[in-house]
Design a protein around this ligand. Structure first.
Ligand code: HAM
Length: 431
């Protein structure tokens, strides 16, 4: 029979990895609370059109990486309606869709939202690049979100999170794309400057020149990089207001002593960005070195049918955080309060009953369901990091007692069954 295996570019997160994941999520939730962000959960699939409209038809994600869902029936419907669903490649579009659909702008002037969950992109898998990966993302949306201080806040928050996880090599790069009009002017400038040097660009960038010339700026191909290095774009294409805005963001970052590097080649692959864009790279990661990225997107809410409302946000990739922090995220040791051992099969039901009592007292408890010798059950208790072992055998049952062993001190005593509740309540309180 064919051996079934996990889809390429996806990972099982095994029980032994879960404490690390839980810890990252707990640190994230605690930190996000400090900044006043509240959780939102949207479906993991949406209408394909939502992503095409928000991230841009010409973006790599929409062109090459959408994982669309189709049932037999859906295929027929699609032909007629060209509807269809796709697994979400990112969270921003979905959060904005939800913001608009639920009229959140009428409920609060600033919605500070966060999400933690899986995203899906049909990319060619390699180290740090997966088809199912997880993001911790933040979106600040609302009539009151147009302040440069909020750009600085989300950048500060992303750096705070990375520091809290122990990603010490994170370097921040920032840039501005200005308003949509400024962006258009930059497009024109780039087209003019690149036209005489088109044949020096890689084949992909020759296509990008037509489709989305901005993306030539962040191409990794050495010959494209060489052309880009000589472009000397300057900031003449940026309006005075946009310059002022960017300066205010930088001043706020300086005020927080956040170190950043300005990089005019940072343009981001998604169409919705306006004004501030940023990316955080970690040098320990190799070629896929972005641990997180984000920016402002002042037109997306309106483009998705909502009012003209500003917004800014970012997302961090959890798998990349784990790669970048190798072993530095503090993981509390998993431990079991009580392990119950029946010395003989005959006392297994009694052990099982006791186990239930411990759980009702709020203690984590388990037993050796497969039986076996006391020695082998002790070994199992040890492996589970057990604090107390309770043993019952003929002698104990006769005397209505249990043997109680403190695995940390090694001491052992017999206590009457009638005092179990009181004794373990005290243990729980002292824990
Ligand atoms: P993004 O740059 O596409 O931005 O993704 C953000 C982060 O997700 C990346 O920096 C990386 O850590 C992680 N990531 C992306 N693709 C993969 C992959 N294939 N495998 C592993 N990790 C990956 C966004 O998604 C925007 N929605 C961010 C944003 C929020 N902008 C404004 N608000």
């Amino acid at each position: 029979m064919k051996k079934l295996s996990i889809p390429r570019g996806t990972n099982d997160i095994l029980p032994e990895d879960i404490p690390l994941w839980n810890n990252i999520e707990n640190i994230a939730r605690q930190t996000l609370k400090l900044y006043g962000y509240r959780e939102i959960r949207t479906p993991i699939f949406e209408e394909t059109e939502l992503f095409a409209r928000s991230m841009g038809q010409t973006s790599d994600v929409v062109q090459k990486q959408m994982l669309t869902l189709q049932s037999q029936k859906q295929a027929e419907v699609d032909e007629a309606q060209s509807a269809g669903y796709a697994l979400r490649p990112e969270g921003t579009a979905a959060v904005v869709r939800s913001y608009v659909e639920n009229d959140l702008d009428k409920k609060e002037s600033l919605s500070k939202l966060f999400y933690i969950g899986p995203m899906f992109r049909g990319e060619r898998p390699q180290k740090g690049r997966l088809r199912q990966f997880h993001q911790i993302g933040v979106e600040a949306i609302g009539p009151g979100s147009g302040s440069p201080l909020l750009d600085a806040e989300v950048i500060a928050l992303s750096m705070h999170l990375l520091r809290a996880f122990g990603a010490n090599n994170a370097r921040l790069k920032i840039n501005t794309l200005g308003t949509p009009e400024n962006k258009k002017a930059l497009f024109g400038l780039l087209k003019d400057r690149l036209a005489p040097r088109l044949n020096e660009l890689c084949p992909e960038c020759q296509q990008r020149y037509e489709r989305n010339v901005l993306r030539v700026l962040d191409c990794k191909n050495p010959s494209c990089k060489a052309v880009v290095a000589q472009l000397k774009l300057g900031y003449d294409w940026l309006s005075e207001d946009s310059k002022k805005y960017f300066n205010a963001v930088k001043k706020a970052l300086d005020g927080l002593n956040i170190v950043y590097q300005e990089d005019q080649t940072l343009v981001r692959g998604l169409d919705y960005y306006t004004h501030t864009v940023f990316e955080i790279a970690d040098s320990s990661l190799g070629s896929q070195d972005a641990v997180g990225a984000g920016g402002r997107y002042n037109n997306l809410v309106a483009e998705l049918g909502g009012p003209a409302i500003d917004a800014v946000g970012f997302a961090l990739g959890i798998e990349r955080i784990i790669l970048a922090t190798q072993g530095r995220v503090q993981v509390p040791a998993e431990a079991l309060d009580v392990f119950v051992i029946a010395m003989d099969e005959a006392y297994a039901v009694e052990a099982f009953r006791l186990l239930n009592d411990f759980r009702r007292l709020g203690l984590s408890a388990d037993m050796g369901f497969q039986g076996g010798s006391v020695k082998s059950q002790m070994r199992l208790a040890n492996k589970l990091g057990t604090h107390y072992v309770v043993i019952i055998g003929e002698e104990e049952v006769k005397k209505k007692e249990i043997a109680l062993k403190d695995m940390r001190s090694g001491s052992q005593e017999n206590i009457p069954v009638s005092s179990i509740n009181e004794r373990f309540k005290a243990i729980k309180e002292g824990r």
